[in-house]
Design a protein around this ligand. Sequence first.
Ligand code: SAM
Length: 337
Amino acid sequence: MSAKKLPPILTVKEILRLYKIQARKNLSQNFLLDMNMVRKIVRSASFIKDHHVVEVGPGPGGITQALLQANCKHLTVIEKDSRFMPALKMLGTVYENMDIIHGDILKFDMERLFPEELKTPWASKPPPIHIIGNLPFNVSTPLIIRWLRDISYQRGAWSYGRTRLTLTFQKEVAERMVAPIASDERCRLSMMCQHLCNVKLNFIIPGKVFVPAPEVDVGVVSFVPLIEPKIKLPFELVEKVMRHVFHHRNKKCRYGIRTLFPKEHWYFAEEILEKSAINPIVPSYKLSMEELDKICHAYNDICKTVPGIISYDYRATPVERIVKEQEITSLILAQDH
Ligand code: SAM
């Protein structure tokens, strides 16, 4: 049965009216009713046709309809709010290639979601899988950090290869993700995204297009995992170094690097700077990826030889330090095997 030949389905506006659904503040719901904008998002994702697509947070289903009309091969939608289930199920009766999951994306594992035959070697072109979503900002940012970790370990949706992603973020966050060296927005998030992925800010959606309108504009960002990460060290170690180095992003990088060590060991910061041939007075946001790579490796070398350094977190309580030490030490040891 060809879905295109079926009679037109309800518009998002009609669905919201029919099911008497109002946006819930606690789920930060802002709906896209403008189908031109919805189709622009789907077009900007590019790789949809004949792909297995996962849509997170379909809500009343605007993007869902556009994905199905763009001839994706199969669509799985994952929605937390049960009020949208009847409308999504109705769409599911029209389109046979759609699965609906009522659940929380933050607890959902995509490891076995797709057919085995879609698996492609990491170094070849991305598999025909795409994850797409207009999620609330309080979900999309922690989620991308979790997924970047999954990308670095090639697990979950990335056990199938270099699965593409297209997601929305608050404009300022989206701009940080793609920020080039020495730009005002360059920060820890820029480095974490760019060290693992090709990141592209497709376009900005004015906040006023959403219903209800959020106070901020929204950026649509696409990610394609890199064949080789820019920094070949465990995710947690790289994340820790970035967090500390960018703690004082506008100040001399020496200050940020120092925060990796207790005060009595600040000489390690000088050792790192010297070993990496980095000018200590350069502000952190002007450090290149190559320089940050050198800093991470020099720090890793110190952690391997000096017990306890890895667990040092200048903001953590003593108990938190012990837990962190156990977690990160096991990762460092794992590198040697
Ligand atoms: N995609 C729709 C659109 O563009 O109009 C809705 C967007 S609205 C910003 C975000 C959607 O994500 C809502 O439907 C909300 O219920 C859903 N959502 C929020 N948190 C979620 C979670 N943890 N897991 C799955 N869906 C979630």
